[in-house]
Design a protein around this ligand. Structure first.
Ligand SMILES: Cc1ncc(COP(=O)(O)O)c(C=O)c1O
Length: 371
């Protein structure tokens, strides 16, 4: 007799990965897909960082570090932030990726029933983690240009609002918020005493001038940044955050009982990463952004992306899911907008791919838009 599977906690019913899974199931049937679905850089970790990680392993940096992260790395991060912001009066916490930081932040601040304001479209993890913890995501529609409007945020605030999540440069739209937009959002947060969680993991990927940060605008910002995307080290699981001292303290306590610490040898190598110039990759990604935007804008409605490595065109015919299944049948892997949004009218293209792949993708997508 078959054994019954172990029961899962009720909270598992609040999260769902079926949308993206369907695309990957379809994709598994393709022999040579034109893959424009991957949310990570196609370049590898800089050689000097690899050497530093190997050296650190050989030298015995294989044990737990202190929970808040290796002191030398924290100081290197603090110094880079002082250079950017002029001064820094926050402790630094090294996390297991920005994902780790998000989980700790939500656990530390969201009570069941608390509302979290999330501009829609959004990075998938926000919705599912908030739901998992028993919070209530409140989505603010930013279609069709994906700009951040203070009035729309203000209209979403209720007595239960506790947090506002900002992500710029953004996944999945590639939009970069202006300093004015961020100021407007911060003013709403200040008026209603909200914590702003600013996910700036793509801050290096800004193509039309530096991406403004929410950090200097308000004293209740938790700023999250990472190493995954800038240095092609998504598997190394490294991120960091700064914010109000009592919040960083609570997150450190939680990290002690969950992740314990970020991977030790990679923390050593992250110091080297901070000294590495990533501008060559950024220039390459800017050229890719131009190539794909110029290649598609004649036939697709697209808000021009200023950063990250995504764009979010409207689906011809109006259904993201329907268009994506046609695209996948034609050999192009993209993701339906409903995975990142409460509406399914768009689709996500990730252009962390070589020139040939992008050119083939443009050709097939344009053909689909015509037919
Ligand atoms: C907006 C955003 N935040 C956070 C993450 C998670 O990154 P990390 O590898 O640092 O956990 C991603 C990864 O795709 C992302 O797109």
């Amino acid at each position: 007799m078959a054994e019954s599977p172990p029961p899962l906690a009720e909270r598992m019913q609040r999260i769902d990965a079926s949308g993206i899974r369907k695309v990957f199931d379809l994709a598994a049937k393709l022999a040579d897909p034109i893959n424009l679905s991957i949310g990570q850089p196609d370049f590898d970790v800089p050689q000097v960082c690899k050497e530093r990680a190997i050296e650190a392993i050989r030298a015995g940096a294989n044990r737990y570090t202190v929970t808040q992260g290796d002191a030398a790395l924290r100081e290197a991060v603090a110094e880079s932030l002082r250079q950017e912001f002029g001064s820094l009066d926050s402790p630094v916490l090294i996390t297991s990726g920005v994902s780790g930081g998000l989980l700790l932040a939500f656990l530390a601040t969201i009570n069941p029933g608390d509302e979290v304001i999330i501009p829609d479209p959004y990075f998938v993890m926000y919705k599912h983690l908030v739901n998992l913890i028993g919070g209530v995501p409140v989505f603010v529609d930013t279609y069709p240009d994906f700009r951040l409007r203070a009035e729309a945020l203000e209209a979403a605030v209720t007595r239960r609002s506790r947090m506002l999540i900002l992500n710029s440069p953004a996944n999945p739209t590639g939009v970069v918020y202006t300093a004015d937009e961020l100021r407007g959002a911060s003013d709403v947060a200040r008026r209603h005493n909200l914590l702003v969680v600013s996910d700036e993991i793509y801050n290096a990927f800004a193509y039309d001038g530096p991406a403004p940060s929410a950090w200097p605008l308000y004293d209740r910002v938790l700023l999250l940044r990472g190493f995954s995307k800038t240095y092609g080290m998504t598997g190394w699981r490294l991120g960091y955050c700064i914010g109000p001292e009592h919040l960083i303290g609570a997150m450190t306590t939680l990290q002690q009982y969950t992740f314990v610490c970020a991977p030790a040898p990679f923390q050593a190598a992250a110091i080297t990463a901070l000294e590495t110039d990533a501008s060559e990759h950024i220039d390459l990604f800017r050229r890719r952004r131009d190539l794909i935007y110029d290649g598609l804008r004649g036939r697709f409605n697209i808000a021009k992306p200023g950063g990250a490595f995504y764009m979010f065109p409207e689906a011809p015919g109006g259904s993201g899911t329907e268009f994506v299944s046609r695209a996948v049948e034609a050999g192009v892997l993209v993701i339906p907008g409903g995975v990142f949004s409460e509406s399914d009218s768009h689709f996500r293209i990730a252009y962390a791919a070589d020139r040939e792949t992008i050119e083939r993708g443009i050709e097939v997508l344009n053909r689909l838009a015509d037919g």
